[in-house]
Design a protein around this ligand. Sequence first.
Ligand code: ADP
Ligand code: ASP
Ligand code: MG
Length: 858
Amino acid sequence: MYLCTRNCKNLRSMKVMKFGGTSVGSVESILSLKRIVEAEQEPIIVVVSALGGITDRLIATSQMALRGEERWREEFESMRSRHHEMVEAVIGDTDKKQALLTTLDDMFEQLRSIFYGVFLIHDLSPKTEAAIASYGERLSSHIVANLINGGQRINARDFIRTTKKQGKHVLDAELTYKLVRETFGIENSELRIENYSYAQGLEAASKTNHNSQSQILNSQFSILNREKVAVVPGFIARDRDTGETTNLGRGGSDYTAAIIAAALDADMLEIWTDVDGFMTADPKVIKTAYTINELSYVEAMELCNFGAKVVYPPTIYPVCIKNIPIRVKNTFNPEHPGTLIKQKIDNDHKPIKGISSIKGTTLITVTGLSMVGVIGVNRRIFSVLAEHGISVFMVSQASSENSTSIGVRDEDADRAVEVLNIEFAKEIVTGAMFPMQAERGLATIAIVGENMKHTPGIAGKLFGTLGRSGISVIACAQGASETNISFVVDARFLRKSLNVLHDSFFLSEYKVLNLFICGIGTVGGNLIEQIRSQYETLKETRQLKLNVVGIASSKKAVFNRDGIDLTNYRELMENSDIERLKNEVIGMNIFNSVFVDCTASPDVADLYQTFLDHNISVVTANKIAASGPYDDYRRLKQTALKKGIKFLFETNVGAGLPIIGTINDLLNSGDKILRIEAVLSGTLNFIFNTIAADVPFSETVRRAKEMGYSEPDPRIDLCGTDVVRKLVILTREAGYKVEQDDVEKHLFMPDAFFEGALDDFWKQLPALDADFEARRQQLEHEQKRWRFVARMEGGHTSVSLEAVGSGHPFYRLEGSNNIVLLTTERYREYPMLIQGYGAGASVTAAGVFANIMSIANI
Ligand code: ADP
Ligand code: ASP
Ligand code: MG
C-alpha cells in the first residue's frame, strides 16, 4: 500500500497532476515539471506520459521489426540513447544516476528481446504490440520518480485494470477504483462506485462533498509522516482476467489520471501540457487561438470528442460525475492560469466556446427509393455498427427519412460499409435500398458552446461565413441539446473553414485581411510602406489586421501565412515565377484573402479569374483586365458578385481620385451617365503643361518617366493607349458596352514612333521637338492650352489632342492632374467635376489602399 503524503500537516486537499509527453520530452520541460511538483504544498499524485513521441516510435519500430527491416535496431538504439541522455542531463547524483540507468537498461534489454522476437517470427499480435507500447510510460515514470524530491514510482498495472468488450480493452471501473483506493490507502468502506447515467451523474456531482473525503486523506497523512510523491505511469493497464499488459488507448494518460482522481475523490485534476490551457481551437492550426478561461464539462466533452486532442475524451466523465474540476495548464508557462473545467460557469455569455475538428472522416449514406417503408432502419444501422465496435460521431437525416448520413472515422469506413451492406442485403436485392455509398477525404468540424441554445442566429452566422468563403457543407447536424453544431466539409477546406469560423466567432474584435501583393515597383513599394506604417493604427482604431501573406515581383517572392515582416521583405524574397505565384496564392487557401496587383503585366491580369473563382478578392492598379475584351471584364465582375467578394480597380483611372466609385454610386442611386469629358492622362497633362520654349517635347517625356508619372514604357501614354484604356473602363462602368477598338483616336505623334525597340524610341524622340515648338508658339499666341481629352457621349467614345481656351474648365489643369466632368441626368446643367493628382506612386498606392479598406469594411 502506498500512502499519498507530502508535507503532511494541516492538509485539506489532494490533487492529481498529469504531465503529458512534451512535459517530459525535453530537459527544459522535465526540469520545469520538477519545479512545479516540488512547489506543491498539497498532497499530490503525479501521472506521467512517455517521453514525447516515444509511443509513436515504439509502434513504428515494432512495425519495422514485423516487416523484417533491420532498421528497427537503429531506431531502438536511438530511443535508448534519448532516455540515457535525458538521465545524464537531469539526474545530478552519480549513484542515483547509475542505479537508474541500470533499471532503464534492464527494461531496454527486455524490449530489445521483444522486438527481436517480432523480427524473427514476423508476427506482431495485439498483445505484443500493447506490451511494446507500455515501455514508454514505464521508462519515463522511473526517470520522473528519481528526479523529483520524494518521488516514488507506483506500478499502474497493479491497479488500472481492463476487461475485453467487443474485442476492445475497456476499463473495469469497479475493480480499478477499489484497487486504486487500496493502493493509495483509502478505506474501501468509503468506496462508492456509482453506476450513474450521465444526467444523474451531473446532479450527484453537484452534491458531492469534498470535506468528508479530505478527512480520510488527512487521517492517512497523520499516520505516516513521510514526504512522498507517487509517480504513476499513465496509459498502461493490465487485463483483469489474463494479466496481460493492456492500455487505455492513445492519449490515455489523461484517463489514468482522471480515474485515480475520481477513485480518490481528489479535489482537482490537473492536466499539464504544452499549451496555455484549452484553447478556442488547436493553436497548431489557428495561430490566433486563445485560452478559454472556463469551460463546462459538457463543453469540454463535446470539444474533445471532436478532436481537441488536448484532453483525451474519456477523461472527463469520471471526474465530471464526482464534480472534480480539471485545470489544464502549460508546463512551459506555469504562471499562466490555463483553463478551468467545471460543472457550471458563472457569468458565461459567450455562445461559442471552441471549435474542433476531425480530419479523417468518411460519410456513409444509407439511402434508397422506398426507404421510408423499411421498418427500423435507424435502429438497425446503429445496432449493427455498435455490434462491430464502430463508433458514429455524426448523424444527419433528412426529415423525408429517405436518406441517413453517418460520419465515421476513415479507418472504420470499409468495415462499416461491409456490415451495413450485409445488414440491408435483402432490401438492397429488392431495390428498396441502394448499396451503401462512402464519401472519403472529408473532415468534420464542430462549434461548441452551451449558451448556443439561448442565442438565435448561430447556425446562420456559421453557414453564412462558410458560404462567403466558398466552402460548401456536405452534411450537418445539430443535437436538440444545442451545445454543438457539427458539419462535414471536403478535407481540403478544413484549415480554411477553421480559420474563417475562428475569425468570425472569436476574433470579432479584430478583422483580418490576408493580402498577396504582386509588384514591388514604385506603386507596390509605396503600398507596402503605407501598410507597414498604418498597421498599428488600423489595429487600434479599426480593429483591422492587414496581414501581408505574400509579396511577389516578376522574378522573386516570399510567402508566409503568419504574415511577412514588412521592414525587410526584400531580403526574404527568393526566386519564383508566375506559376508559383498562382499555386501559392491558391494553395495557401487562406480566408479573407485579397490579391493586390501593382504591376502592369498581362500575365498577372490573366490570373484574376482563377483567383476570383477561388474566392480571393482582387484589387488592382493594373488596367489590362478591366479594359481588355468586354466579355472577360464582365465575367470577372459577375464572378465577384456571385461569390460575394470584390474585384476593385479604382486606381485604373485617375490614380487615387474617386472616379469609378463615384460613377458606381451614381448608378446605384438610379442616376444615368450621359456624358464624360476628361483629361485622364497625368503623363500627357504633365508633358503639355511642362513643354516650354526652353523645355522641348522630348525632355518633357523624359521627365515624366523619371518622376514616375508615365507607364514604365511611356509610349503607352503617348500613343493614347493608356487614355483609351481608361476611357473604356469609365464607359463600361457607366453602363455601356465598349471595346478599345471602338474608341475613335486622334493622335499627336506619327505611328512609326510606336513600333520597334524602346531604346530606338528614345533616340528618335528629339526629332519631333521642332514641330512641337512651332505649334506651341502658335498656341501661346492664341492663349490656349493643349489637353488630351477623352470623351464619351451616350456610349460613343473618342480621344484627341485639343486646344482649350481660358474659359474652359480644363484650361487650368496643373502638373499631372486629371479632371473628369460627369454629365448625368441629375447633374445635367452643372456637371459634376472631379479633379486632382491623377498620377504618382504614392497617390496610386493610397487609392489601392482605399480599395483594400473598402473590402475590410464589408
Ligand atoms: P500531451 O502530450 O501533453 O498529452 P497532446 O499533444 O496530447 O499533449 O495535447 C496537446 C495538444 O493538443 C496541443 O499541443 C495542441 O496542438 C492540441 N490541441 C488541439 N485542440 C486544442 C485546443 N482546443 N486547445 C489546446 N490544444 C489543442
Ligand atoms: N504515451 C501515450 C500516447 O502517446 C499516452 C499519452 O501520452 O497520453 O498515446
Ligand atoms: Mg495527450
